[in-house]
Design a protein around this ligand. Structure first.
Ligand SMILES: [Zn+2]
Length: 102
């Protein structure tokens, strides 16, 4: 039965999965450096061993009026930021009222 089996390459310090006939060979060629990688027991917690991190990227705004302090952190004046927040709220309020009356 073919299933994903996990291997670990000492050289790359990398865990990777390979679809092999379970339980799979004890050694398999590393997907990166082609050196032998040893079969390891799949541990659910160690599964996502390779992670990518986007440094310095602001998180997406969860909803339109969500507090966005990004510009404030970038040096925007607080009064200016507050005015912008107010404009956004006013705009949305007007749009809501327009929808209600039409
Ligand atoms: Zn390797």
């Amino acid at each position: 039965m073919y299933r994903p089996v996990e291997y670990f390459c000492e050289h790359c310090r990398l865990r990777f999965e390979s679809f092999v006939d379970s339980p799979g060979p004890k050694w398999l060629e590393c997907s990166t450096c082609e050196r032998p990688a040893e079969r390891v027991i799949s541990a659910p917690l160690a599964k996502r061993f390779v992670v990518t991190v986007d440094r310095g990227r602001p998180a997406e705004t969860p909803y339109p009026t969500a507090m966005d302090t990004q510009k404030l952190a970038d040096g925007m004046k607080q009064s200016e930021w507050r005015a912008q927040r107010k404009r956004l709220r006013d705009e949305r309020r007007r749009a809501r009222i327009r929808r209600m009356v039409s």
